[in-house]
Structure formats: C-alpha cells, structure tokens
Design a protein around this ligand. Structure first.
Ligand code: NAD
Ligand code: DAU
Length: 353
C-alpha cells in the first residue's frame, strides 16, 4: 500500500511526512512543485529513506499525476499543495487561483479517472483527503461562538476565497461523482520548518537578528494556534476513520491575540537566548500598517473530531511554542538556507512603507 501526498516539501506537509514514516511503514509518494515555499531541506531526514519518493511537479499537471497514480497505485491521495500566505495573495492573487482552484480541479479530475477504474474493493477503500483552512469561514466578533463545520463559508481574502473554492470542488466531486473525499479545516499551525514569512517564525528570526517585530494594526487580532504535529495526527486520524464526504474542523482551543503571541515569544527568547545588552526582545516590537481586509478573529470548535474520531491535541500553546523556539535556536542552518534572495525580496516588498 502507498499514499500520494502533494505539497510535502512545505511546512505542514514535511511535518506530515516525518510523522507518517515514524508511525507507518507504508511508503509516501511526495509530489511538490518546489515553489518559494517548498524546501527539500525540510525533508533532509528522509532523503535516504526508501519509503519516501520525491517527485518535482505540479498538481495541475494531469499527465504527470496520471502517470504517478498508475505506476504507484496509491490507496489515498492527500492534497496539502497550495499557495498559503494571505499577504502574498493580496499582492498577487493569480497564483492562488491557479494552484488552489485550477490545480485542485485538475487533481480531482485525474484522481477521479484513476479511482473509477479501480476494482470494487480498492475503489471502496480509496480516499481523497483535502487539507483546508478555518479561514474559509470568514471572521468572528469577540462574542461569536467558534467556527463549527455547519458555519457558512464567508472567505474574505484572495487566499481564503481560493481555498473555499477548492473545498467546494472537493465537495461537488463527492456529491456528483461519488469520489470518496474527506476535508479538514484547520486553524493556524506553528512549529518546525515554518517558513519565516508567517508571524511566529518571522518574529523569532527577526528578534535574533535585532530587527523590528512587525505587528499589523493594533495587534489585537485573534488566531487559534495548533502545534503542527497535532494537525498531522488529526489528518492521520481523519484518513483512518473519517466519514466519507464529511468535513472536520481541527484546532487546539488556543485563542491568542497577536500581540500576546509576540510577547510570549519575546519572553521565551529572553530566557533561552538573552540579548547581549540584557534588554528584552519586546523592545523590538513595532506597530506597522494593517493588512487590508484583515480578519479579526478565528476560532475553531473542535468538538466534532473529538467526539466522532477521538482526536485531541497533545500540545498546549505553552508547550508547543517553547518547543518551536528551541527548534529555531537549534536549526540556524535551516534558517540561513531559507533566507534566500526570494525571501529577502518578499520582506522588502511586504513591509515597504
Ligand atoms: P506552505 O506554503 O508551507 O507549503 C505549500 C507547499 O505546496 C510547498 O512545498 C509548495 O512548493 C507546494 N506547492 C505549491 N503549489 C504547488 C503546485 N501547484 N503543485 C505542487 N506543489 C505545490 O503551506 P503550509 O503552511 O504547509 O500549508 C499546507 C496546506 O495546509 C495548505 O493547503 C494550506 O492551505 C493548509 N493550511 C495551512 C495552515 C497553516 O497555518 N499553515 C492552516 C490550515 C490549513
Ligand atoms: O488560519 C489558518 C491560516 O493561518 C492558514 O490557512 C494560512 O495558510 C496561514 O498562513 C495562516 O494565516 P494567517 O494570515 O493567520 O497567518 P500569518 O502568520 O500570516 O499571520 C498571523 C497573524 O499575525 C495575522 O493576524 C496577521 C498577523 N501578522 C502577520 C505577520 C506576517 C502580523 O501582525 N505581523 C506580521 O508580520
């Protein structure tokens, strides 16, 4: 048996591959286009592992995906591949439509053709698991209950609109063609291999480099943080036991205001790697202009996955964030590796006054 996973040179996917191979002997075919966010050094630990086969390519390349399916005969396809950064989607939405919408459509079509030709028993056991986000539900007021699976989709950014579109395609391929799909909608992840365009790694790395820690607007926007390995264990559980056609919200019940997240990171760094001048990293906090259309609050109601599949996160925010800071301190070579020209260009474009 084999699974085909897409986008697993990125942050969550690479963590998924490590977690999968630690728990299973079942091989993984990893299809990734290696965009700016795809980094083979995330997979260095498994480069000589025969259970991991890396293929460079686009989820929208029907010929390539068709060939991989017929060669490897996977029992499941898990789609992590996406353009994932909200700020980039605001500056250039085209790639988000191309990969997240058109790419997912092409992938669904090739998978449907493969699945429809499988013998009955394998056809019944096959799964297409689509990895999505809580951002499809839009934004919450302070007093609103967290997002449940029954909430209406109200995406507000080009990124979340493109993910919402892909979720709708996945749903329709189940409803219309009977493709055995599962969809997961997860809150903000953090942990090892997180690309430093996103808040938590950006703050850790800027702090250590003596640079400003940029807080958008008033810093009181709320995100619901989940340690990446918990997201990966939830995906494994949904793949194993999820009900066909169902969606599962995944979250850690860890709502935090951005400014509190940044202050927590500063306090951990003050303890583990104090500044040479003995002052706090919090002095580097700098308020900058807000993200256009910035969603105020996300929060996940994770009761369905707990009730139906018995999944719960292993980490609290406090334990997960400490592990994360330690990982970045211990992996400075990985950090220098990702700070390529593309990354530096992006930083100057995004934070230009
Ligand atoms: P990421 O940007 O770190 O990685 C995305 C990966 O997909 C990269 O390796 C990239 O090279 C690859 N990719 C992009 N376009 C591709 C294409 N056309 N064909 C093949 N590969 C392609 O993203 P991430 O944070 O790891 O997110 C993974 C998935 O999880 C995404 O679908 C995202 O929407 C979803 N998600 C992310 C979070 C989060 O907090 N990061 C939370 C919930 C859901
Ligand atoms: O909710 C899940 C989503 O979380 C995923 O679907 C996305 O792929 C992922 O990128 C993430 O989106 P966010 O926009 O919430 O993550 P980001 O790290 O970009 O920002 C987190 C919060 O911090 C957000 O409110 C914006 C703010 N922020 C971000 C950056 C990069 C700042 O205040 N300053 C910054 O420099």
């Amino acid at each position: 048996m084999t699974i085909l996973v897409t986008g697993c040179a990125g942050f969550i996917g690479s963590n998924f591959v490590h977690g999968w191979l630690a728990a299973h002997d079942e091989p993984v075919i990893n299809l990734d286009k290696l965009t700016y966010a795809g980094n083979l050094s995330n997979l260095a630990r498994v480069q000589d592992d025969k259970r991991h086969i890396f293929v460079k390519g686009d989820i929208g390349d029907r010929e390539l995906v068709g060939r991989l399916l017929s060669e490897h005969q996977p029992r499941a396809v898990l789609n992590f591949a996406a353009e994932s950064h909200v700020d980039r989607s605001i500056l250039g939405p085209g790639e988000f439509i191309q990969t997240n919408v058109v790419g997912t459509f092409n992938l669904l079509e090739v998978v449907r053709a493969y699945w429809s030709e499988l013998p009955e028993e394998r056809k019944a056991g096959f799964r297409f698991l689509h990895v999505s986000t809580d951002e499809v539900y839009g934004t919450l007021e302070d007093t609103d209950p967290p997002f449940a699976e029954t909430n209406a989709y109200q995406p507000n950014s080009p990124y979340s609109a493109s993910k919402a579109a892909s979720d709708h395609l996945v749903r329709a391929w189940h409803h219309t063609y009977g493709l055995p799909v599962l969809t997961t909608n997860c809150s903000n992840n953090y942990g090892p291999y997180h690309f430093p365009e996103k808040l938590i790694p950006l703050v850790i790395i800027n702090a250590l480099n003596g640079k400003p820690l940029p807080i958008y607007g008033d810093g009181m926007q709320i995100r619901d943080w989940l340690y990446v390995e918990d997201h990966c264990s939830a995906i494994r559980r949904v793949l194993e036991a999820g009900q066909l056609g169902e969606t599962y919200n995944i979250g850690g019940w860890n709502e935090k205001a951005n400014i509190d997240v940044v202050r927590t990171l500063c306090a951990i760094l003050d303890e583990l790697k104090p500044r040479d001048d003995g002052r706090s990293y919090a002095e580097q906090i700098t308020y900058v202009k807000d993200r256009p259309g910035h969603d105020r609050r996300y929060a996940i109601d994770a009761r369905k996955i707990e009730r139906e599949l018995g999944w719960k996160p292993a980490e609290t925010f406090e334990t997960g964030v400490r592990k994360t800071v330690k990982w970045y301190l211990a992996n400075q070579e990985w950090v220098s590796n990702v700070q390529s020209g593309t990354y530096r260009d992006w930083i100057s474009k995004n934070y230009a006054l």
